[in-house]
Write a new protein. Sequence first.
Length: 112
Amino acid sequence: MLTAEKVIHEITLLPEAEREKLALHIIHYGIMGAHRDSPEHLNMKEWQEDIARKPFNLKQASEYLGISAVTLRRWVKKGRIGACKAGRAYTFEVLDLKRFKKEHLTLKASEL
């Protein structure tokens, strides 16, 4: 069975020029997406939607937003961001976090 560890090991055995080609391909794929003639191995939209269905816990949400857990807890208490609380545990809807991050935490191009 092919595993990620085996693939990574095989990549380390490639000549440097081939590793550079592979790195450029991966970067291009990450920025531009797959070439239109490439077979779809991973349906990114479906994968992202699957992730969005599973709520984040406090730690995951604070890492996603790039803030401390203490700050996120404070924002929830002030009503700045919504969360569900069961006992001491918080859960956050991924789509709400994404929307909040886009609206409140990203710099606009004019501000750079």
